[in-house]
Structures are given as structure tokens and as C-alpha cells.
Design a protein around this ligand. Structure first.
Ligand SMILES: Nc1ncnc2c1ncn2[C@@H]1O[C@H](COP(=O)(O)OP(=O)(O)OP(=O)(O)O)[C@@H](O)[C@H]1O
Length: 211
């Protein structure tokens, strides 16, 4: 899915984070948002992901202006096309891996057996062992938790994936693995937009948006 921002401004009270900002993220591209701390990177990502409204301007998904969509149409887009990985993984720490994963399948009418099969298949894709399915999240390492968060996104087969600092809390090896996974998701046709401070993977991106 292609994203187009036109003359977009975002302001909190008298603080302007970006003004008259315009760019296009082509369908299937892998784009990073960078800038100083507090520049508004997460806010821009949230605006692109329809979590936060723009103060003014337009946001288009392909050729559709999504700025003024009703809440129900936005939530349909969320169910069908968008996944978002939040900074602290967004998992329920006391619930098992399976319980965290099946949230992504709640709108599909699947038998318990089919749900489990789908969960096991995505765990395999993110290189996690089947045996982790019944483990509570708090027993997993940071890298494993991030893989579960990505596995949950994969269950939904999104056309747009947003990730806020997905490798921030990880060591170098885990960060490299997570970046490889995001690249694989992107290679399957999903547009990926992430916020990062890290310069290590600059050669992986099709484009970098600086705030
Ligand atoms: N809901 C809000 N209401 C008021 N101000 C906000 C809100 N959300 C963010 N801000 C402010 O907007 C500014 C930009 O925040 P944002 O988190 O987007 O920056 P960032 O570039 O992602 O920062 P960092 O790199 O430190 O995570 C900050 O000063 C923040 O306090």
C-alpha cells in the first residue's frame, strides 16, 4: 500500500512538531523515520498509522484520503491492513505466547485447532521453538518477546507495518535478527515504516525521512 502525506502539520497546543510536511512512501518500500529526540518521530509514525490525528493536511492510503474516515472505517483498516509494533513490544506479560498471538485472530472464525496451527506456523517463521507456545511472556528474553510481537503482526498479513524503535531495547545480534525479519516481511510486499535512532542499518532502507 502506498502512503502519501500532503501539507501535513501536527501541533500539540503551541508546540509545532512538523509543518506543511509532504512525502510519498511507495507501496512495498522500507522506510525509516529519524531525527533528534523529541523531534516528533513517534508522533509522525502514529499519524501515519491513524493512531493520532493530523492538525491539518491530508493522508492518503493508495488514492484514498483517510484523514476524515469514521472511527469504524479506521478500525476496519486496522483489522484488514495495518499492524503496529510498539516500543515495549505491546505484549501481555503474564499471558502465554499463544494467548498473546491469538488476539490477532479474534476476528477470524477459526477452530481452536486451526488457531494453534496458525500460531505454530508464525512462530516457526520468526525462529521461535514450538515449546514456547505455552510459556508466559515474562519468561522470554527481550529478543524473543520482540519476535512474538512480530509473529502476532504476521498472523494478520498486513499491507502496512509500522514499528516504533523495534530494535532499541535489543543487543546487536537480536537487533540484526529482527531487522532480517522486517526485511523478509517487506520482501513479501508489505510496506514497512519504522522509527529508529540506529544508523547501523541505513543501507537497508529505500528512503529515510528526517525530522
Ligand atoms: N499527546 C501529547 N500531548 C502533548 N504533547 C505530546 C503528546 N505526545 C507527544 N508530545 C510531545 O511531542 C514531542 C515529540 O514527541 P515524540 O515522542 O513524537 O518525539 P520523538 O522524536 O519520537 O522522541 P524520542 O526520540 O525521544 O522518542 C515531545 O515534546 C512530546 O512531549
Amino acid at each position: 500500500m502506498k502512503l502519501t502525506l500532503r501539507h501535513a502539520t501536527k501541533r500539540f497546543d503551541d508546540k509545532i512538531l512538523f509543518k506543511q510536511c509532504s512525502f510519498t512512501i511507495p507501496s512495498g518500500s522500507f522506510v525509516a523515520i529519524k531525527g533528534k529526540s523529541g523531534a516528533g518521530k513517534s508522533t509522525l509514525l502514529n499519524c501515519l498509522a491513524l493512531i493520532e490525528p493530523l492538525t491539518s493536511g491530508q493522508l492518503l492510503f493508495d488514492e484514498t484520503d483517510v484523514t476524515m474516515l469514521s472511527w469504524s472505517k479506521k478500525s476496519r483498516l486496522y483489522r484488514q491492513d495495518i499492524s503496529f509494533i510498539v516500543q515495549d513490544f505491546g505484549l501481555m506479560p503474564n499471558e502465554t505466547v499463544m494467548e498473546n498471538l491469538i488476539i490477532a485472530l479474534r476476528y477470524e472464525r477459526l477452530s481452536a485447532k486451526k488457531c494453534k496451527q496458525r500460531c505454530l506456523a508464525v512462530l516457526c517463521k520468526v525462529n521461535l521453538a514450538d515449546t514456547l507456545l505455552d510459556e508466559p511472556i515474562f519468561r522470554l528474553s527481550g529478543g524473543e518477546q520482540q519476535r512474538v510481537a512480530i509473529a502476532r503482526c504476521l498472523l494478520r498479513q498486513p499491507r502496512l507495518l509500522f514499528a516504533d524503535e523495534p530494535i532499541n531495547a535489543l543487543d546487536r545480534d537480536n537487533a540484526a535478527d529482527i531487522m532480517r525479519l522486517l526485511q523478509a516481511i517487506n520482501a513479501s510486499g508489505c510496506t514497512v515504516v519504522l522509527v529508529t535512532h540506529d544508523d547501523t542499518y541505513d543501507n537497508c532502507y529505500d528512503d529515510v525521512i528526517y525530522l
